[in-house]
Design a protein around this ligand. Sequence first.
Ligand SMILES: [Zn+2]
Ligand SMILES: [Zn+2]
Length: 259
Amino acid sequence: MDIHPFLQRFSQAFLDAIFPPKCLICGAFDGLVPDDKVSFDSPAHVTALYFCEACRKGLIPIASPFCSKCGLPFISREGEDHTCSECLVEEKYFRRARAFGVYDGSLMEAIHRFKYAKRASFSRPLSALVREAFFRFWDVNSIDLIVSVPLHMKRLRERGFNQSFLLIRRWAKQEGLLFDGLTLSRSRWTEPQTALSRKERQKNIKGAFAVKDPEKIVGQKILLVDDVYTTGSTVNECARVLMEAGAEFVDVLTLARAV
Ligand SMILES: [Zn+2]
Ligand SMILES: [Zn+2]
């Protein structure tokens, strides 16, 4: 007789009675889907385990038309994807950048709590959204190696985890995708970018990254992952360094995209 599933359900019910599950974003006790209705393969279901219905409705997926290069969604909801005016004039070292959703509403709130309140518990629902975006725009065979945007050691100690790494760790391994969290490194400390203008960000981030073992990068189709694409200065600088090291191409996937 296999009593494991029974015991598991029993202990879950017991825990739920003492600590009723609540929405990680707003703290509401309603609108969450119970554990036994969730399958890992469905991102919608995974997020329903952690985020209430109202917060889930506040997640705005990126939809066409958007810039075919940097993924910026256009204000006009008509027409085809095309290159935005910025990508026509500014050099981008990545091939294309895509994101799960708009950096606003409950997604913005979730990312803030995840990063600044150091709530690693967000990694499961948020990585499910990154996984969904990955399969919306790529397939497993089109990428050789996943690389996350590295944190400086000082920031890593402060936060205790690299949020970009947590966004892919679980599902990348399951899908058999190779992940490298060491080859691309942060060679220089940079001030937080949030208060800086676009030009200042580019200057601030220049020369901040280095590739330790170029032989791991040569000829590789690379997917670079980060939490938020704001002006793109960080991922563009990472892509520049990776291309210089001999990557075949660098694509970018972020959880959110500032609009
Ligand atoms: Zn909520
Ligand atoms: Zn663009």
